[in-house]
Design a protein around this ligand. Structure first.
Ligand code: GMT
Length: 376
């Protein structure tokens, strides 16, 4: 199939999922056309069957705000026609689903019909709960999609609660690419370098937005470090990062803190961690937690949104109420207290991640594409 994939190219989970999906489809022989305003971060090497089409929004002085959605729609029309796309798969509702709808209408006026699938990722739906001005466009674009998927049951329910959706929403969970990996790989040299005295390593990966509750990450770490020698690795970047640094300085934690920023090979970094912290206010899925589990790292998380569908309480880690840092720290210490318990949780985290291996998820997208193609 010739498949167009539209995504945000940045470090967010939706872009990661879209890119990894495209790479896996390309490996199976499909022609994949990524359409985005920048090269997606996980698309950093040449790969067969993968094409990249940049949406460049020119800086025209008439506009205070450049009309990205219109340029995207035009690009979709252009790529669809010249690359003979069979199907379009857009990740994140705003503005990708409405741009796909517009492109579909233009193409239809020229006698070409291309079905489009919208995958809902989370903030495209949940933030709208707080900003109703988007509601009519999102409702319309979802209902006009030829198929709609959501990354968790929880997100599907949120969508049905916030919008008057008439389309069927199919839940296709996010995934990790374990391949033939039997055991997670640990870079022991790096681990010894980061924790030279055998300290336990706690990690957090995110885009450092308020919803991630970074102060809770730091408080949990502080409580753990009071009891056992520990290090904290903060990976990623975003608006809350500076405040996080200030908080760590004020608490006197900087000697045991690594602020790593936007690293490319998160797998290698996660591989040396003993515990992953995700105390978010909300997560539709929590891809970062799943990626940690796929590196054999148990997860201490909040029990919000779709996280309970990913992190299993008492098995791959523990879940507690949002903001309950005392319980999170208590559970973290329970996992870290002895090597046997820690090894058991590491094993179980990896077992849980296997349920989300791409080999189980990819056929579901392929079936959906085929179903739409058969219909038209
Ligand atoms: O919140 C983020 O980290 C970014 C956002 C995105 O769209 O890239 O993430 C959302 O989609 C991810 C991939 O499906 C999910 O794993 C995240 O849980 C979800 N974020 C929220 O719901 C806050």
């Amino acid at each position: 199939m010739n498949i167009g994939i539209v995504c945000y190219p940045t470090f967010g989970g939706s872009g990661v999922v879209a890119t990894e999906l495209g790479k896996a489809l390309a490996a199976k022989g499909h022609q994949i056309h990524f359409i985005s305003y920048q090269q997606p971060v996980r698309l950093d090497t040449f790969l067969e069957n993968i094409h990249y089409h940049e949406v460049s929004v020119s800086d025209y002085p008439l506009f205070d705000y450049q009309p990205y959605e219109l340029v995207l729609s035009s690009k979709l029309v252009d790529v669809a026609k010249h690359e003979n796309l069979d199907i379009l798969h857009v990740h994140y509702a705003i503005p990708h689903a409405s741009a796909a709808y517009m492109a579909q209408r233009i193409l239809e006026s020229e006698g070409i019909y291309i079905p489009f699938i919208t995958t809902l990722h989370g903030t495209d739906i949940t933030l709208v709960g707080r900003d109703s001005s988007f509601e009519p466009v999102i409702t319309f674009a979802i209902n006009q999609s030829d198929a709609v998927t959501a990354v968790s049951e929880s997100l599907k329910q949120d969508t049905l609660n916030h919008f008057k959706v008439t389309s069927k929403i199919e839940v296709i969970p996010n995934f990790v690419c374990l391949g033939s990996c039997e055991d997670p790989v640990v870079d022991t040299e790096l681990k010894e370098h980061m924790a030279p005295n055998g300290e336990k390593i706690l990690a957090h990966v995110s885009n450092f937005r308020k919803v991630k509750r970074i102060p809770d990450v730091i408080e949990v770490f502080e409580k753990v470090r009071e009891k056992i020698p520990a290090k904290l690795m903060l990976v990623g970047d975003g608006p809350e990062r500076h405040q996080a640094e200030v908080m760590c300085r004020e608490k006197g934690l900087t000697d045991d803190l690594y602020i790593l920023g936007k690293v490319q090979d998160t797998e290698r970094v996660l591989g040396i961690a003993d515990l992953f912290l995700l105390p978010s206010e909300f997560e539709s899925f929590g891809l970062a937690a799943l990626e940690a589990m796929s590196a054999g790292v148990p997860v201490i998380s909040s029990n919000t949104g779709g996280i309970p569908e990913v992190n299993k309480n008492g098995f791959s880690g523990y879940l507690s109420d949002v903001g309950d840092v005392d319980t999170m720290a208590k559970n973290a210490l329970h996992i870290l207290k002895d090597d046997q318990t820690l090894s058991q949780f590491k094993l179980q985290a990896f077992e849980q991640a296997k349920k989300f291996d791409i080999s189980k998820i990819l056929p579901r997208y392929e079936e959906l594409y085929q179903k739409l193609l058969n219909r038209h």
